[in-house]
Design a protein around this ligand. Structure first.
Ligand code: ZN
Length: 449
């Protein structure tokens, strides 16, 4: 056991080292290169879904690729260089090649003044824009004058890429394990999930389990929505699932429950964590975060939770979405321990075979016409195109500042015809006024009735 343990930790870390330098995004060659590397480990099937295809309320965007990006200061010195860190470019930047003044340039630079030595990770997928990210300390060194900015990127017709691998069990019922493949060079938030699922797949691929186990490697949000759209008729086979992310840091485990809250997966994860006597915390489902928010949208409400270590967007993980989430931040032993927990959870589910008595629970949809109902039940509606979502992604993890946005997510997620606005306020712990306000915005935008 001990020896095996080291092997698994080493293998996962080595794979992470290979994947770390690649500049990924929600589409493009970075995702393809990543999936090709994983394909050397497990027989991944790679899918391409074309630009412009409608997937529920969303549309596959143009494909983004980048060669280079830099800023040259008035003295001819390269002060920002994509070749040194792919976080330096606003992810999905349109191409630019210009000389501009410092005051103009400043509008396109992102920093984190509170973490002045870290480069932030910022995205602009659905609003065409360009920009650079740098440490605040280096930004303070920039002087007035004329700068040269160049982003050698392409945004054109192409496709969205994702990977999938199914290990057939005795039963056609499935355990779904999902991770995302869209972040550039960051380890805990993103690569840890990829290397963990690859290792789990390697472990189980020649074993005959009761359950079939499906692994998906998808771009976050749009990739999850696309995958669900392409596989809608098979979703009823999914009996349990986990979204794997943030699994390589030295913090304690965090389990985010499924929307159902008391599904077999929730009970099993908590049972395994308790049994192993590791420190952990559980958090109730909340309708933002990673792809569980699509799997658990009211139209599907799948029993899918997320087992992490230090959770994104919390004080436990200040390096989240910055250059601080690098290879040094990852501990092999933590990856190893996470791997073991996932293994035990899968084995426990497999042993219990709860699906033998499994009935698909018909969700009772109330006829009470006074209750609000979300008009798009399948995955999230695309709020950005309706002007009710912040334009830039990545940073902005401040709960207070994002309260209005969170209220909108809660109303959308819980307006399935069974909850009143008071119920939603109670479950979300947000003031009723905020929830009412969110409901009014959504009614105005024809997303709620
Ligand atoms: Zn992230």
């Amino acid at each position: 056991m001990e020896e095996n343990s080291t092997i698994n930790g080493d293998e996962m870390f080595q794979l992470m080292e290979k994947l770390y330098p690649i500049c990924r995004s929600i589409t493009g060659d970075g995702v393809r290169e990543t999936l090709e590397i994983i394909k050397k480990e497990i027989p991944l099937k790679i899918h391409e879904v074309p630009t412009e295809k409608k997937v529920f309320d969303w549309t596959i965007p143009k494909e983004w690729n980048i060669n280079d990006a830099y800023i040259i200061d008035p003295h001819g010195k390269k002060v920002v260089d994509f070749q040194k860190s792919n976080l330096h470019v606003l992810n999905y930047s349109i191409p630019i090649d210009q000389k501009i003044s410092f005051s103009e340039l400043k509008k396109h630079i992102h920093t984190i003044p509170e973490k002045p030595d870290l480069i932030p990770y910022v995205t602009s997928y659905y609003s065409e824009n360009w920009g650079f990210c740098m440490t605040h300390n280096n930004f303070l060194k920039l002087k007035e004058g004329e700068y040269t900015v160049k982003i050698d990127s392409k945004l054109e017709e192409g496709s969205l890429t994702y990977g999938e691998f199914l290990i057939s069990g005795k039963s056609e019922f499935e355990i779904l394990l999902s991770c995302y493949v869209c972040h550039p060079s960051m380890c805990n938030d993103n690569l840890s999930g990829i290397v963990l699922l690859t290792q789990i797949a390697k472990h189980f691929k020649d074993l005959k389990n009761h359950y079939s186990i499906r692994f998906i490697f998808i771009p976050e949000t749009i990739g999850a929505i696309t995958w669900i759209h392409q596989n809608e008729s098979n979703l009823s086979k999914i009996k349990h699932g986990l979204v794997a992310t943030c699994l390589g840091d030295s913090g304690k485990f965090t389990y985010k429950k499924s929307r159902q809250g008391n599904a077999e997966i929730d009970k099993t994860v908590i049972k395994i964590l308790k049994k192993s006597k590791v420190k952990f915390k559980t958090v109730d489902f909340f309708p933002w975060g990673s792809d569980e928010r699509q799997f658990c949208s009211p139209g599907f409400d799948l029993p899918i939770g997320s087992l992490m270590r230090s959770m994104y967007g919390t004080e436990d993980f200040p390096e989240y979405h910055t250059s601080g989430d690098n290879l040094e931040y990852i501990k092999k032993e933590s990856l190893e321990e996470s791997f073991e927990k996932y293994l035990e959870i899968i084995k426990s589910l497999d042993k219990n075979k709860p699906d033998i008595n499994f009935r698909n629970i018909k969700r009772k949809i109330s006829k009470n016409s006074k209750l609000h109902k979300n008009l798009i039940q399948k995955c999230e509606p695309q709020l950005g195109k309706r002007g009710i979502y912040r334009i830039l992604g990545g940073q902005n993890n401040n709960f207070e500042k994002r309260k209005n946005e969170f209220a909108i997510f809660w109303v959308l997620n819980l307006s399935d015809g069974t909850n009143s606005l008071e119920d939603i306020a109670n479950r979300s712990n947000l003031p009723l006024k905020l929830i009412e306000n969110a409901a009014n915005i959504l009614i105005e935008k024809h997303l709620l009735k």
